[in-house]
Design a protein around this ligand. Structure first.
Ligand SMILES: N[C@@H](CCC(=O)N[C@@H](CS)C(=O)NCC(=O)O)C(=O)O
Length: 221
């Protein structure tokens, strides 16, 4: 009997999108354990595998694989498919891993800071921290705009791990602190990502949860 890996995830979670996009790119078979009130047992199991209770977590043959980037690396090793998300060439792979870190650390992190602030009680808001995060996002958009010159995908002509990280980062970052018209390459890259079938599917699966976006979701993708 073939045992499929199990993914503990939530369809609206940005870090889960990263892994879902990788799974959909290669049509990798997996069992989706959606974390939510409808399945409290899934959250109990997640905590047993990872007491920090961060998701996604992939469990393969009873072994947890933790951290979205590591999960995608694991999938490329154990469930390779036609889309090579990490290049075989080590130097090219380094660039992909750098860009993956770039999207997580310099787009996702300040975006999450602003979103999390929206969940705080009104008298406990971190106005200065949010201003800093907005400025950090503009700096990050600027660097990315220059870097994307002549590139279709983050690391060049091939869709990689870096694009799996870019899709949720730029999707939610634009909702949170819009990508200005002075960053045309970032805007068109975001649109290209949204048109990619694996990303479009992930965005569609998250649609029913938009009402829960803490800052209020705009009426667009
Ligand atoms: N570095 C982790 C980040 C995971 C993460 O922060 N996930 C969020 C959902 S997008 C989460 O678990 N939130 C629940 C919590 O913080 O308790 C990764 O790449 O997987």
């Amino acid at each position: 009997m073939i045992v499929k890996p199990v993914l503990y995830a939530h369809p609206f979670s940005s870090y889960c999108w990263k892994v879902l996009i990788a799974l959909y790119e290669n049509e990798t078979a997996f069992t989706y354990r959606s974390l939510g009130p409808e399945d409290p047992q899934a959250s109990t199991e997640l905590e047993a595998f990872w007491p920090l209770k961060k998701f996604p977590v992939l469990v393969d043959d009873g072994r947890p694989v933790i951290e979205s980037s590591v999960i995608i690396e694991y999938l490329t090793l154990h469930y390779p498919g036609p889309v090579q998300l990490i290049p075989a060439d080590p130097a090219a792979a380094l660039e992909v891993r750098f860009l993956d870190r770039y999207f997580d650390n310099y787009i996702m992190t300040p975006m999450s800071k602003i979103v999390a602030d929206g969940l705080r009680p009104g008298d406990r808001r971190d106005t200065y921290g949010v201003e800093e995060a907005r400025a950090a996002l503009d700096t990050a958009y600027g660097w990315l705009d220059a870097t994307m010159a002549g590139r279709t995908w983050a690391a060049g002509e091939d869709f990689t791990l870096a694009d799996c990280a870019a899709a949720p980062s730029l999707f939610y970052a634009d909702w949170t602190h819009s990508i200005g018209e002075i960053f045309p390459r970032v805007r068109s890259y975001r649109a290209r990502l949204l048109a990619r079938p694996s990303v479009a599917r992930t965005v569609d699966e998250a649609r029913p949860f938009r009402q829960f976006f803490p800052l209020g979701a705009p009426d667009r993708d």
